[in-house]
Design a protein around this ligand. Structure first.
Ligand SMILES: NC(=O)c1ccc[n+]([C@@H]2O[C@H](COP(=O)([O-])OP(=O)(O)OC[C@H]3O[C@@H](n4cnc5c(N)ncnc54)[C@H](O)[C@@H]3O)[C@@H](O)[C@H]2O)c1
Ligand SMILES: O=C(O)CC[C@@H](O)C(=O)O
Length: 387
């Protein structure tokens, strides 16, 4: 039996995919697994019971990844599951920034009682006119799940697209249209583009990447779109750029007290992934990842431990160990098993940065003293015996 707790509402599609072995609890401290969307977890204390956290979404800056790794808690996300939802809103954002659709709709509402509204429209509408996207230059920073879709959509809209991502994965690169220009430096993209859209994670090194220096390199009247995270943009510098006309519009999916209501800022209440399809996709993937880990120890799409998959254990017993990535860990594990005359049927060991994961299938029962001895090895962070 596994206990889970949802820190945010998670689509029923995911919850329904759980078997009767999964029971919701009303106290997160009693949970084997937590499901979360954007709830901040940095101030949460985790109980020793907690084995995994699944983020039904992409961004994991709301989760203390390092502390979780230290406590042997595997954190998953759902790469790509909400990418199409975000892509579509980015296209809407470019359109909102190109024509004064919002101003026009407001004008109609303000004049709803005007009996001559049809005639007056033809005089008033020039105030809300704009430009088309076709032929304009679009710069996409970050060419992962979302950025790749946005870049390809730009090509389909007839835009000239520049992409910048020095760390792009081979799979993501294969998905890109060959008509996208490969920007060798981000400055090249800043200098050339009419629309610049951010699709990078909110890592320490990416924080504040759009500031007065980068804004100063951009074309006057540029549109900047941020559907990634507020902290990527220095909002005070953005306000100066909007006031001076350097930036025509800043389209952001992240309201903050600083940017909400600023003239020229088009701020959306974090709706990028708020579609039925994205919510279902994320919930389904998050639950699948949790169940595979809790029941079989398989790790797929973890952000703090390596992926490692040995399928189902069949008739074997499986022991899984979360530990530091340092010499002689495997040697110590196998010695304890050999000293107890246990036969290893299968083994996998993977590492990611400072952390590592080992799965061992044994063709006999695993006695409690073996589990205890493994747990006592210096550098072992968590041990689970799965039946
Ligand atoms: N608005 C929303 O509702 C919403 C929804 C999903 C994701 N997001 C945000 O969007 C971000 C991206 O999501 P994704 O699914 O595309 O992630 P992803 O991991 O598939 O892609 C991120 C890409 O950014 C690249 N990158 C990292 N730092 C970079 C840099 N300095 N310059 C250029 N490229 C860089 C990486 O190499 C990677 O290819 C998430 O981290 C999250 O914060 C927001
Ligand atoms: O859960 C959400 O609504 C937003 C998720 C989004 O910001 C993400 O990073 O995936």
């Amino acid at each position: 039996m596994y206990h889970y707790y949802c820190l945010n509402p998670i689509s029923e599609v995911g919850i329904d995919a759980m078997t009767e072995n999964y029971v919701p609890v009303s106290d997160p401290k009693k949970a084997d697994a937590l499901l979360v969307r954007s709830a901040g977890m940095h101030d949460m204390e985790f109980s020793p019971e907690l084995k995994a956290i699944a983020r039904a979404g992409a961004g994991v800056n709301n989760i203390p990844l390092e502390r979780c790794a230290e406590e042997g808690i595997v954190v998953f996300n759902t790469p790509g599951a909400n990418a199409n939802g975000v892509k579509e809103l980015v296209v809407a954002g470019m359109l909102l920034a190109s024509r004064d659709i919002i101003g026009g709709i407001n004008w109609v509402q303000e004049n709803e009682e005007d009996g001559n509204i049809a005639k007056d429209t033809e005089k008033a509408k020039k105030a809300f006119a704009g430009c088309e996207l076709e032929g304009k230059k679009l710069g996409v920073i970050g060419l992962g799940a979302i950025g790749g879709l946005v870049a390809n959509a730009g090509i389909h809209l007839g835009m000239e697209v520049f992409g910048y991502d020095p760390y792009v994965s081979v799979d993501a690169a294969w998905r890109l249209s060959r008509n996208i220009h490969h920007a060798k430096t981000v400055d090249e993209l800043y200098k050339n583009c009419d629309y610049i859209t951010l699709h990078v994670p909110a890592t320490e090194s990416n924080r504040g990447m759009i500031d007065k220096n980068s804004l100063g390199l951009m074309k006057k009247g540029v549109v900047v779109l941020n559907f990634a995270r507020d902290v990527l943009v220095n909002e005070e510098d953005m306000i100066d750029a909007l006031e001076s006309g350097q930036v025509k519009h800043y389209v952001s999916d992240f309201p903050t007290p600083v940017i909400a209501g600023v003239k020229g800022a088009i701020v959306i209440p974090h709706l990028g992934a708020s579609t039925a399809e994205s919510e279902d996709n994320c919930a389904r993937m998050a639950v699948r990842e949790l169940m595979d880990y809790l029941e079989y120890g398989n790790i797929k799409n973890s952000v703090n431990y390596p992926d490692c998959d040995m399928g189902m254990p069949g008739d074997n017993k499986r022991i899984v160990l979360l530990h530091y990535n340092k010499p002689n860990m495997l040697g110590q594990f196998t010695k304890i098993l050999a000293d107890d005359n246990m036969n290893i049927a299968d083994l996998s060991n993977k590492s990611k940065g400072a952390y590592a994961y080992t799965m061992i299938d044994i063709d006999s029962d695993i006695p409690a003293n073996v589990e205890r001895d493994l747990r006592n090895i210096k550098g072992v962070l968590k041990v689970r015996v799965l039946n």
